[in-house]
Ligand binder design. Structure first.
Ligand SMILES: Cc1ncc(COP(=O)(O)O)c(C=O)c1O
Length: 499
């Protein structure tokens, strides 16, 4: 079946009524793009473009090494990149612009399995026909970049969609859109600070990551990311959940939290929490861990801000707070990445005074349309729930990872933990956030492995601050369980030459 035959002409999904909001108005003031997209001449042109795209993609069917002269081409591009940026890219990754699902072609002619997709952005992989179609329609818009002053109906429909999804199990009512996770985190902090009369301190979990602004690099628990930054943010870090310690871990964190709340009464603007830590190591925790912490914050009037920039869309529920049944406690939620445009969502009680939140840009029209298309597909495409596609993909990852560990136990020794403890759990994560911990979580060995995996045909990244892990953020929208066979075959080779 042609991918376009199932595709909606942009904006039934982007229409306010589909988003659960109120209608924009009568026909005269309705968004023009849906009818333009349905226009037979426009449709024929889009179909012709997509046909050419599919033909070009047909050559991309599996991982392959660089072509004979590919290394020299890549070296040239890497050196141009290094010259203009002032530093070498993390991987010698420069794409040609062509990809097919979870596979991407680089300028050296190599094709690789993309298991990181821009750190969680390209949920539908590379060159997905429906996403391309949404972007083509968006390109017909009078505005390619939208802003807080001047925007089109699709911008409001996008925000309505997010509020409708979030408010299924929370009191979230409003949405501020911006173009990076960091910027919506800045918005969230301001909202929390205004609500608490400029309370100067922030509570966060150890190993958290929040973005790269001067403030977010200070809240984020990574010294390397704030080298040379003048420190002016006061953060109290709480230990994250340690599964090996079970309820003792909850008691310890609660004890720390009570201490700082007693030590600095009315000095905290928020407790910001990732419900699954992303950069910090794909660490998960049960509801019983978060609940007493949240309840204590509520007792003391400290707003709860849930940072879902990395988790949004990826766990077996669209928002991770739904899966943990914590939505009703969320005062502020931030999200981004796969949605293409990022958002700070908040309750009515947190709605700030005019002037606090604005900006020239919200996001590009393409981001709104591709984001809406991706989210609508995720919502209705059987992705969520215990038997959903995301849960099944996680299971497929685990099954293959377990087989690998059984076959090569020498690559997976026990992982050292603080206070002389250790764990034999070397497979972890949840949903579309998957991790594997070879070599006892040793940083140098895992860094070498990542480079070898890249050369061999898999793009991933590390996560964690010790132990370190190999993290997988596969493009859930297009990844099939059987694709992991090819990925694990390469991974086994890479591990063999890294051990
Ligand atoms: C939990 C979390 N918050 C915030 C951010 C920052 O988002 P961005 O890189 O889009 O600014 C990230 C990015 O990885 C993240 O994982």
């Amino acid at each position: 079946m042609s991918p376009t035959s199932t595709a909606k002409p942009v904006d039934s999904s982007a229409s306010p009524s589909a988003a659960g909001g109120s209608s924009v108005g009568g026909a005269a003031d309705a968004p023009v793009l849906p009818s333009l997209a349905a226009n037979p001449a426009v449709r024929a042109a889009i179909d012709a473009i997509l046909k050419e795209l599919r033909a070009a993609q047909a050559t991309i069917t599996g991982a392959r090494p660089a072509s004979a002269d590919g290394a020299a081409t890549m070296a040239q591009w890497v050196s141009r990149t290094e010259a203009v940026r002032g530093r070498a890219p993390f991987y010698p990754y420069l794409g040609t612009g062509l990809g097919n699902g979870a596979l991407v072609q680089l300028v050296d002619g190599s094709v690789k399995w993309d298991m990181i997709e821009g750190i969680g952005v390209h949920m539908f992989g590379h060159g997905d026909a429906e996403m391309v179609e949404a972007a083509l329609v968006a390109s017909l818009s009078d505005l390619l970049m939208q802003g807080h002053l001047q925007f089109n109906a699709d911008s409001t429909a996008f925000a309505e969609f997010l509020v409708a999804e979030a408010s299924r199990s929370s009191a979230i009512k409003h949405c501020f859109v911006s173009n990076s996770g960091c910027m919506v985190n800045e918005a969230a902090l301001k909202v929390c600070q205004q609500k608490t009369n400029a309370a100067p301190r922030v509570i966060a979990f150890q190993d958290c990551f929040m973005g790269r602004s001067t403030t977010m690099t200070q809240i984020g628990d990574g010294p390397a990311y704030r080298q040379g930054v003048a420190l002016n943010v006061q953060v109290d870090y709480m230990p994250f959940y340690e599964p090996e310690l079970g309820s003792r871990s909850t008691e310890m964190t609660l004890w720390h939290l009570r201490q700082v709340l007693d030590r600095y009464p009315k000095h905290h603007s928020c407790f910001v929490m990732e419900l699954v830590q992303g950069e910090g190591g794909f660490n998960v925790a049960p509801r019983e861990f978060f609940l007493p912490l949240i309840e204590l914050c509520r007792d003391r009037g400290v707003p709860v801000w849930i940072d879902e920039v990395q988790t949004f869309g990826r766990t077996p529920t669209m928002f991770a707070f739904e899966g943990l049944d914590l939505g009703r406690f969320a005062d502020v939620v931030t999200m981004g990445k796969m949605s293409q445009a990022c958002a700070c969502l908040f309750t009515e009680a947190m709605n700030p005074k005019p002037g606090l939140l604005a900006g020239t840009f919200t996001a590009s029209t393409a981001a709104f349309h591709v984001g809406m298309r991706a989210l609508s597909k995720l919502k209705s495409g059987g992705f969520y729930g215990a038997q959903g596609r995301i849960a099944k993909l996680h299971e497929a990852f685990r099954t293959r990872a377990e087989a690998l560990v059984r076959k090569h136990p020498q690559w997976f020794p026990a992982v050292p933990l603080p206070f002389g403890r250790s764990t034999t759990k070397v497979i972890g994560g949840i949903g579309g956030m998957m991790r594997l911990t070879p070599f006892g979580g040793d940083k140098e060995r895992i860094s070498a492995l990542l480079k070898n995996m890249f050369e061999d045909g898999i793009i991933t990244l590390g996560c964690g601050h010790g132990p370190y892990h190999v993290r997988f953020l596969p493009p859930i929208g297009v990844m099939k369980p059987e694709h992991f066979d090819a990925v694990f075959e390469i991974l086994e080779r890479s591990l063999a030459r890294s051990s």
